[in-house]
Design a protein around this ligand. Structure first.
Ligand SMILES: [Zn+2]
Length: 408
């Protein structure tokens, strides 16, 4: 309401423009880039009235909240703009992540906000239908207990996911057979549980990179490279202008098999000295002369060692060795991909924290562009970023067309 007389014609035009702007507007609020209606108006390049109509429509859909009476910001002149935020009681996406030590499910609202989550530890069954069935059951229980509307479901797996079939190509650290049809199995379990909306499946590191790009350390990067090691092995992902680059058949950025130590450990891929076996938690524990125990995950054991025994020369040497190998891998990737930012997850994040100068120096020494400009290397910042990313892909149809997706 702007106190102006509006003709039928301009009202209709406003509505048409508004429909097309709903998705972009929702994405701006979702990613925190439009905290007020004034910013939304500027970002969309529409009139204030159109932006107001768009915000009102998204509020009516239960997706965002419009605070029309915000307190004036300190030092601001005139009437403060309406504040926009995601609706904390709005719909959620169901996200599931299978990893070496079990699985975790979560309900994730807009803004990448985890509403509820439940972990399950234990050996992952060799039959994907078994573990995915249990995960979907756990997710359905969360939906029942919270009473939230579900927009769709996303699954993160520790394997490359081949397109277009949605098969897990190399789930080598869990007992699934190569080529397991995980996307179909997950979608079937979601339908069987009566959960609404489409179901998606992706590689865990790809999904974590997407989440970090929208809500974490990757925000604003144009060519974002993510490298991470969780429990075993090393994964990579590239987000180009906001979209995951997955290659012609879903298998891009298999960075784990870059050779970083020609005389190194044998790798299950048939080569030796791959990043996968030279820069993961098992490699770190082994380099430090520690026998991995069964009590907690290898990642946790590595973290504990770094935090509590960094003064031990063997631990420090192991840290330097892994940093050098990781840096070598990153330098090769920088030369090929020319990213404007690198983010590191899992143990790689801890290695960066332990000695950022050393890692930067290795990358700079070994890369053409690194030597010149210095690509920023930052730690991932989100908790459970693969789960948040799995929810992102489930949210995508709503972000693309809020009205169409929610009123279908
Ligand atoms: Zn390999």
């Amino acid at each position: 309401m702007d106190g102006k007389v509006t003709t039928t014609q301009t009202r209709r035009t406003r509505l048409e423009r508004g429909r097309g702007a709903l998705g972009p507007a929702l994405e701006l609020v979702h990613t925190g880039r439009a905290p007020t209606r004034a910013v939304l108006t500027a970002e969309l390049g529409v009139t204030r009235a159109t932006a107001g109509a768009v915000a009102a429509e998204l509020e009516a859909l239960g997706l965002i909240q419009v605070d029309s009476r915000p307190g004036a910001a300190a030092g601001s002149q005139g009437r403060p703009s309406h504040r926009l935020s995601v609706d904390d009681n709005g719909p959620v996406a169901l996200a599931a992540q299978v990893h070496v030590d079990g699985f975790r499910v979560a309900l994730v609202g807009l803004g990448g906000r985890i509403v509820a989550t439940a972990p399950r530890s234990g050996t992952v069954s060799a039959d994907p239908a078994q573990v995915l069935g249990e995960a979907v059951e756990a997710g359905a229980a969360l939906l029942r207990s919270t009473g939230r509307r579900c927009v769709g479901a996303g699954l993160a797996v520790p394997s490359a996911v081949a397109e277009p079939g949605g098969t897990a190509l190399n789930p080598l650290h869990i007992a699934w057979s190569a080529g397991a049809p995980v996307r179909d199995v997950f979608a079937e379990r979601i339908r069987a549980a009566g959960i609404e909306g489409p179901a998606f499946t992706g590689n865990d590191v790809n999904l974590s990179a997407l989440a970090e790009h929208r809500h974490g350390a990757g925000r604003g990067a144009q060519h974002l490279l993510c490298v991470a090691t969780g429990h075993r092995g090393v994964g990579g992902a590239l987000v180009l202008d906001g979209r995951l680059h997955t290659g012609s058949s879903g298998l891009a950025l298999e960075v784990g098999h870059l050779t970083v130590n020609p005389e190194g450990r044998p790798c299950y891929c048939g080569s030796k000295g791959c990043l996968d076996v030279e820069a993961d938690p098992l490699a770190f524990l082994t380099a430090a002369g520690r026998a991995p125990g069964p009590e907690v995950s290898l990642l946790q054991q590595s973290r504990d060692l770094l935090r509590t025994e960094y003064a031990d020369p063997a631990v420090r040497r192991a840290t330097e060795e892994l940093i050098d190998r990781l840096g070598l891998g990153l330098a090769g990737l920088v030369n090929i991909l020319n990213p404007d930012r690198i983010i590191l997850g899992g143990l790689h994040r801890e290695l960066l924290d332990a000695d950022p100068e050393r890692l930067h120096a290795v990358v700079a020494d070994r890369s053409l562009w690194g030597r010149g400009g210095g690509v920023p290397i930052l730690p991932c910042t989100l908790d459970h970023n693969s789960l948040v990313g799995a929810a992102e892909v489930a949210w995508q149809p709503v972000l693309d067309d809020p009205l169409g997706a929610l009123t279908r």
